[in-house]
Ligand binder design. Structure first.
Ligand code: NAD
Ligand code: MG
Length: 400
């Protein structure tokens, strides 16, 4: 048991898959953690239940009408949580003096500003929202450094790599004797689907991930392997790794969560069942190990560990992400992300085909290849511009 005062945590995106898994881990260690704030976009009922259970000081939603409804529901059951709304309120709870740590688990670029606010306030940041690094990697890492924030990777691959890097890793692969970082990928639900059937893949099929239970957007990203692409960019910023020292290997069992290849030929891996509570508990417990609630890996039940290389014909989104990493324009990953968010949402609404996702992202990357953006306002403006163009592309597809 810990003898310190409990860590006060803000959970951005508390009602989502990562948010709920985080609360599950927290509930196992009431002596260690206290919930300061919980946020959700529109899921008022779920957020109300969480407020009752965890009694945070603040709850934040997107719209004023939802905030009012939530406040009334909470008052009716004598829950004293104060309800706020809007993006500034997300930033406020992320940078409050009364929170020690922030779980960044909003999905998409919507997570950028509050996660950046946490960095600027020097918080401990448990980073699930990979889009923060894809949209604004340079700027975000600089804020982390400048304000002494502590950045811990929740994404299972990056958490695995973090666990097997040398303890004193300073962001220099060569100095640490590392040849490459190897991200494993499950390959998603369409690893063996005939290519001729890709155009008729439905949203229901795409969100049915073979190994992990996750939110809809990341599930579609896993099916296109754009998720692995976003993770390459995430790894690039987290570990200071250039594209040619980042490998992707398909490993359908999702038992090895990623690996580090050292120059002497040693490869270190982290293994476990596919349960996000493991990387979450690793981050929350540091420097100690704490119980996560995940089951133990039973080696006698494994049919084998298999590996195959990723085929860019099958997964063009992965190729696009490598192209972005090799590109001379740092703003191109912001373009990639914005186009992908619009494409995934349109696919989920049956407005475009599965195969259109890569086409749309490719098209936006070409149109915006010359657009530079460094400051956060410029990145947000570019994000907005690309979304509008991508939406136009979707609309033109629909009217055909
Ligand atoms: P999810 O869709 O299950 O939950 C998203 C959360 O963000 C919800 O609480 C939702 O209310 C909130 N939200 C959505 N849009 C918002 C907006 N515009 N403004 C404010 N809040 C908003 O997503 P998830 O699967 O939990 O993923 C969250 C993040 O974690 C993503 O960036 C994802 O890539 C990353 N991640 C998830 C997993 C996983 O297993 N689910 C694994 C690794 C990384
Ligand atoms: Mg991952």
């Amino acid at each position: 048991m810990s003898s310190h005062r409990p860590i006060a945590i803000t959970i951005l995106g508390a009602t989502g898959s990562i948010g709920l898994n985080t609360l599950d881990v927290i509930s196992r260690h009431p002596d260690r953690f206290r919930v300061f704030a919980l946020t959700a976009h529109r899921q008022i009922e779920r957020l109300a239940e969480l407020c009752l259970r965890f009694q945070p000081e603040y709850a934040v939603v997107a719209e004023s009408a939802d905030a009012l409804r939530l406040q009334q529901q909470l008052q009716a059951v004598a829950c004293t949580t104060k309800v706020l709304y809007g993006e500034q309120a997300l930033c406020d709870v992320a940078q409050s003096n009364d929170t020690d740590a922030v779980m960044a688990a909003i999905v998409g670029a919507a997570g950028l500003m509050p996660t950046l606010a946490a960095a600027q306030a020097g918080k401990i940041i448990y980073l699930a929202n990979k889009e923060t690094l894809v949209v604004a990697g340079a700027l975000f890492m600089q804020a982390v450094q400048q304000h002494g924030a502590r950045l811990l990777p929740v994404d299972s691959e990056h958490n695995a790599i973090y666990q097997v890097l040398p303890d004193n890793y300073q962001g220099n692969l060569k100095q640490a004797g590392i040849q490459s970082l190897i991200l494993t990928a499950s390959g998603g639900p369409f690893l063996h689907t005939a290519l001729k059937d890709f155009a008729s893949i439905t949203p229901e099929q795409a969100v049915r991930h073979p190994n992990w239970s996750m939110g809809q957007k990341i599930s579609v990203d896993s099916a296109t392997m754009m998720n692995k692409g976003l993770e390459l960019i995430e790894a690039h910023w987290l570990f200071h790794a250039p594209a040619d020292q980042l490998e992707v290997i398909i490993h359908p069992q999702s038992v090895i969560h990623s690996m580090v290849r050292y120059i002497d030929g040693s490869v270190l891996a982290q293994l476990g069942v596919a349960d996000m509570r493991i990387p979450i508990a690793h981050c929350l417990g540091l420097p100690e190990r704490i119980v996560s609630g995940a089951s133990s890996l039973d080696f006698t039940q494994l049919s084998g560990l298999h590996f195959l290389s990723a085929d860019f014909n099958r997964f063009p989104c992965l190729k696009l992400a490598y192209d972005v990493l090799h590109s001379s324009n740092p703003a191109s990953s912001c373009v990639l992300n914005a186009a992908n968010e619009i494409a995934v949402a349109a696919f989920l609404h049956n407005q475009i085909a599965f195969t259109d996702i890569a086409s749309l992202v490719d098209c936006c990357l070409e149109s915006y290849s010359g657009h530079a953006a460094i400051h956060v306002e410029e990145l947000l403006a570019l994000d907005k511009q690309v979304r509008a163009a991508a939406q136009k592309w979707v609309n033109s597809r629909m009217s055909k």
